[in-house]
Structure formats: structure tokens, C-alpha cells
Ligand binder design. Sequence first.
Ligand SMILES: Cc1cc2nc3c(=O)[nH]c(=O)nc-3n(C[C@H](O)[C@H](O)[C@H](O)COP(=O)(O)O)c2cc1C
Length: 244
Amino acid sequence: MNETIAKLMQHRSIRKFTKDPITQEQLDAILSAAQQASTSSNMQAYSIIGITDKVLRSELAKLAGNQAYIEESPVFLVWCADLYRWEQAAKRHYGEVIPSTTENFIIGTVDTALAAQNAAVAAESLGLGIVYIGGIRNQPDKVSELLKLPQHVYPVFGMCIGVPDQSPLERPRLPRQAVYFENTYKQDAIDSAIDAYDETLSAYMTARSNGKASATWSQSMAGKAGPVRIHMRSFLEKQGFKLE
Ligand SMILES: Cc1cc2nc3c(=O)[nH]c(=O)nc-3n(C[C@H](O)[C@H](O)[C@H](O)COP(=O)(O)O)c2cc1C
């Protein structure tokens, strides 16, 4: 295993940060790494908003479900899928530009995630820790208003970055046979993989919580089985993503 892969294998979300700041040089390196990610047809259909204003940070933390680390981390970035900038460029040469298609929505969302994950890996390579914040989509209309997002831009997730002040156990992942298939999808591999992972994750939860919790993976996934953030569809439509 080389150094890069070893670092990737050590990933765990960090939710407690020291008060140490992140240097401008570190932030520049993280943002450069993000920008160098692969991007659909070079559209670079994302924008990153760094939240340096304390009041704004605190409002965003509330909107994202009062997750304390949003206020405590030295850097908080909001990652947005952005078809607005592409629209401004394309419009210079083509009369009828349609940013609101389903395909463009997918492009924007994928580009955002690829850039963000490059940033995450870069941050971790510098000894920093990160956690993604999907909670930014709890009240996306209010977040978009605060960040003055134009039409065809939407907040996909946030990301806290800072110096780790905790060393959580690495969270084990699904067995390989549940996620990698040769040539065709193997439905009959799924049940036994879930059984195996239920055991692994229950043991991990027990260790992580000093015996206070022992939920299996399928149990915790059942907790997510109801409708979650069903406002996203109408929000996206309002934000100009008609998904034609
Ligand atoms: C898009 C996305 C959104 C997430 N949102 C949150 C969040 O709002 N709050 C949080 O504490 N963790 C959040 N996470 C972190 C996941 O819970 C975490 O990555 C997952 O449980 C695996 O654990 P690990 O990152 O420690 O390996 C998010 C992760 C992703 C990829």
C-alpha cells in the first residue's frame, strides 16, 4: 500500500476541532486540489462558499440542525452545484441555453462532489480533519437566501475543516462482495453481505459507544427509510432546476 492509499484508508469524519487556525497556504492548497478534480466536459459546475462571517456561520449552523462543529471548525465551506456561471458563458455564443435539465443537475451535483472529495483528501493529507454536512439541505431555501445564490445554483452540502481534537475509530465499510461485481450485478450476494456487515457494524458501534449502543447496519438504515428532506424537489424547482 502506498502513502496515498494508506491516508485514504485512515479517513474518518472529525466532529471536534482544536482552536488552531488553518493557514491561508493550507486553504489555498485544499482549494487548488478541489479545482483540479475531473469535471464533466470542463464545465466546472460548482462553486465553493467559504463562511468567514461569524453571524452567518451561526445562522447556518442553526439551519443545519445545530451541529456544534459547524460553528467551532476554523473553516466551513458550502459546496454548491452551479449552472449559473456555465449559463453566463454559453449564452455569449448560443441563444437558447437550458441550465435546468436533469442532465445538467446531475453534472452539477457530480462535479461538486468530486471537487469536494479532492478537497477532503487534500485536507487529510495535511493532517487536518473534515466532516461533510448534509444538514445544509435541511432548510435549503433559507441557506440559499443567506448566501445570495442565484437561480441554477443550489447548496449540495457543507464541509467543516480543522485540526482534529478527537481520534474516532475508523468506521468499517460494507464487505467488498456487496459493492463490487464482475460484469453484472449480483443480487444474490446482497443478503449474506448485509448479514456480515450487520455483525461488523454492531461490534463497531459497541466499541465506539463503550457498550451503550449496538445497532446493526440494517437497523440504522431502517431509521432512514421514511421520507427525508422531501422539500428538496420543490426547492430545486424554485431554484430553477426544473429537471426537464
Ligand atoms: C454528503 C454527506 C453528508 C453528510 N452529512 C453529515 C452531517 O450533516 N453531519 C454529520 O455529523 N456527518 C455527516 N456526514 C458524515 C457521514 O455520517 C460519514 O461520512 C459516514 O457515517 C461514514 O463515517 P466516516 O466518514 O467517519 O467514515 C455526511 C457525509 C456525506 C458524504
